[in-house]
Design a protein around this ligand. Structure first.
Ligand SMILES: [Zn+2]
Length: 228
């Protein structure tokens, strides 16, 4: 009987599916085949309708918007994003980013994107968490589109309570958060702004408005999930 090193390691450090907690088989990453196949993928749907764009009508002019998954209050997608944000599972961002990049690189709507910028988290939250949960996801998309990634263009000025502690009215209060440009950005670029989950669209609207202060800038948006 011959054991491969990886089998041996697995005996002590089982890698389990983030959805169902069963052991992952060879070739499976993060999710087992079954959980992955059941994820509510939104990308193609959103390409064929205006559901996501409607969030931004009359608020901010955008080129294109897209999201990878439908986000529900319970279920695997919610669990993954929660693990990513609060349980130091930063690699979930990479997993979703590689997947998203494959869609976007094959989508002509994003052919002329020049630059990818993640929505920032407040410096205090960044220190607590150790990373911006959108960074890996954004980097993967920038790699897939073969364009630049700029992490520190925008800064968030005012700390807000955790989203979970806020009610709907508070979440949609646009005065609670402000974003500012901190780096000089060339005019005339098509910027892809990236966030984790879009719910009311307020955060992305505020960030996009700030970026639109740069002359002749166009903005598109990509997120991991769209709240349903
Ligand atoms: Zn599973």
């Amino acid at each position: 009987m011959h054991f491969w090193i990886s089998d041996f390691v697995n005996l002590f450090y089982p890698e389990t599916c983030i959805g169902c907690e069963h052991s992952l088989q060879n070739g499976e990453k993060m999710l087992c085949v079954s959980c992955r196949s059941q994820l509510p993928v939104a990308y193609q749907d959103l390409r064929d309708n205006d559901k996501m764009m409607e969030l931004f009508y009359a608020r901010v002019p955008l080129e294109n918007v897209t999201s990878l998954l439908y986000y529900e209050k319970i279920g695997t997608v919610q669990h993954m994003i929660h693990q990513l944000k609060y349980q130091k599972q930063e690699e979930i961002g990479t997993f979703l980013g590689v997947w998203m990049a494959a869609y976007m690189a094959a989508d002509t709507r994003f052919d002329d994107v020049d630059l990818v910028i993640p929505v920032p988290v407040h410096p205090k939250r960044l220190r607590e968490r150790g990373y911006n949960q959108v960074t890996k996801f954004s980097q993967c998309i920038a790699d897939g589109l073969k364009v630049r990634f700029h992490e520190s263009v925008l800064v968030k000025n005012q700390n807000t309570k955790k989203q979970a502690q806020l009610n709907q009215r508070q979440r949609s209060n646009e005065t609670q958060q402000t974003y500012q440009i901190t780096e000089e950005i060339e005019p005339g670029q098509h910027i892809l702004l990236v966030d984790d989950v879009v719910t009311t669209g307020t955060t992305l609207t505020l960030c996009a408005r700030e970026l639109l202060k740069i002359p002749h800038t166009r903005i598109s948006i990509a997120t991991m999930g769209i709240s349903v």
